[in-house]
Design a protein around this ligand. Structure first.
Ligand code: ATP
Ligand code: MG
Length: 429
């Protein structure tokens, strides 16, 4: 029988990688929490309608990337391709938006049927944040500051660049769109194939075409800057001033448009050149119209989502994951001989309970040599050995596994305290 395999573009996360993910996730969580964002968890499957109505019928996601299927009742369901729509749906369904300000974050797998390559998968993970009920640029600045803080915390701030733009009001976008389409229609043959198609469906997306001929054509096309309404311009200028005051560097990229229909006013992306073509690690913006579009009352909102896989790749590429984050256990505990199994287990339990020391207990016997091999492979700093002689003396033997330090004996009484010091020394060396 042929061996079963994971679906193409959907990855297993194995123990050699999971510590980096956990390190990233816990760092992000701590930063989000330090700004007062609360976690929301929504189902992975939603009604297809939700994504069609929010992301937009003629976007890449809805047109060709969604995993949509009929369930046994004949309802059309979709594996979520992103988190904002679900977050809005949940907040609205549970009455969390009416007359209230909310700060939420979420994380989990997202699904898009794209061509798998480095940094682009069919199941990928996002961590996102959404802020509801605030219309001023202060909250736009806050969500951007929050991401900037995170990059500093992770040690990748030097490798990412913030690009921002304003998409202005929907009136401004419509006026610009029709002039842009009129201009491009007469030069249609110069456009790349994707842009030709988008001319009819989603003309704003033509702005971020990578095709040099299309880009050249855009240089003399109508300029969005001339269409931006007063209110959006003020909003954007104030946002820039807040970022300046906070010392956050940015580049204004007038061609940044984002692939989802619901954005207006502020949009931003954090981009790196260290990962090749898949360089956007975090993207977001303001979506004041979405809640209403999904049937709620008008509620201003702003948010972002970061790609976990791309951030993990970047952490690895820059080699900035602290060694301690990769370490599963501090101590490998070995009871030598059957009569020492129970006492060794008791010591291991005490270390975990009293001092939060991570202990892997040797199970399954074997020669002393093979036990020490396993101790070494566990990644622990120290092996603790309890033979009959040690036990009778009320002690254990402590063998450093990562340094040249001598093996010593320590009393079982207050062992946790002594080990903590010892572990700090070992890590300091
Ligand atoms: P891209 O232009 O790279 O396709 P996008 O604009 O479609 O990105 P968003 O919908 O804004 O992406 O999602 C936010 C972030 O999620 C992206 O910046 C990226 O880091 C990550 N992301 C999006 N699609 C994928 C994917 N297929 N695989 C891995 N990460 C992804
Ligand atoms: Mg995409």
């Amino acid at each position: 029988m042929a061996k079963l395999q994971a679906i193409r573009g959907m990855n297993d996360l194995l123990p050699d990688q999971s510590p980096v993910w956990q390190y990233l996730e816990s760092t992000v969580k701590a930063v989000l929490q330090s700004y007062g964002y609360a976690e929301v968890r929504t189902p992975i499957v939603e009604q297809t309608e939700l994504f069609k109505r929010s992301i937009g019928e003629v976007t890449d996601i809805v047109e060709k990337e969604m995993y949509t299927f009929e369930d046994r009742n004949g309802d059309s369901l979709t594996l979520r391709p992103e988190g904002t729509a679900s977050c809005v749906r949940a907040a609205e369904q549970h009455g969390l938006l009416y007359n209230q300000v909310q700060r939420f974050w979420y994380t989990g797998p997202m699904f898009r049927h794209e061509r798998p390559q480095k940094g682009r998968y069919r199941q990928f993970h996002q961590i996102g944040a959404e802020a509801f009920g605030m219309q001023g640029p202060d909250i736009d600045a806050e969500v951007i500051l929050m991401t900037a803080r995170l990059w500093r915390q992770l040690g990748i701030d030097q490798a990412v660049e913030l690009q921002i733009n304003t998409l202005a009001s929907s009136t401004a976008r419509h006026a610009f769109k029709s002039d842009l389409v009129a201009y491009l229609e007469t030069r249609k043959d110069v456009l790349d194939a994707d842009s030709q198609r988008r001319l009819a469906t989603n003309p704003l997306r033509i702005l971020d075409s990578k095709d040099p001929n299309t880009q050249a054509l855009l240089d003399s096309a109508p300029n969005f800057n001339d269409y931006i309404d007063e209110e959006s311009r003020n909003h954007f200028e104030q946002l820039c001033a807040l970022l300046d005051a906070a010392g956050v560097n940015y580049v204004v990229n007038p061609r940044l448009v984002r692939g989802l229909d619901y954005y207006g006013k502020t949009v931003f992306e954090w981009v790196t050149s260290a990962l090749g073509a898949q360089g956007t690690v975090c993207a977001g913006g303001r979506y004041d119209g979405l809640v209403e579009q999904l049937g709620g009352r008008h509620t201003p909102a702003v948010g972002f989502a970061m790609g976990v896989e791309r951030l993990v790749l970047l952490l690895e590429e820059l080699d900035v994951v602290p060694a301690s984050a990769r370490q599963l256990v501090d101590v490998y505990m070995i009871g030598i001989g059957d009569e020492n199994l129970a006492p060794a287990m008791a010591v291991a339990e005490a270390l975990r309970a009293d001092a939060g020391i991570n202990v892997q207990l040797h199970c399954g016997g074997g020669s002393f040599k093979s036990q020490m091999k396993k101790a070494d492979r566990s990644g622990a700093q120290l092996a603790i050995l309890m033979g009959s002689e040690e036990r009778e003396a009320g002690e254990v033997a402590v063998k450093p596994l990562r340094s040249a330090a001598e093996q010593i004996r320590l009393p079982i009484e207050n062992l946790a305290q002594a080990l903590k010091q010892r572990l700090e020394q070992e890590l300091g060396e």
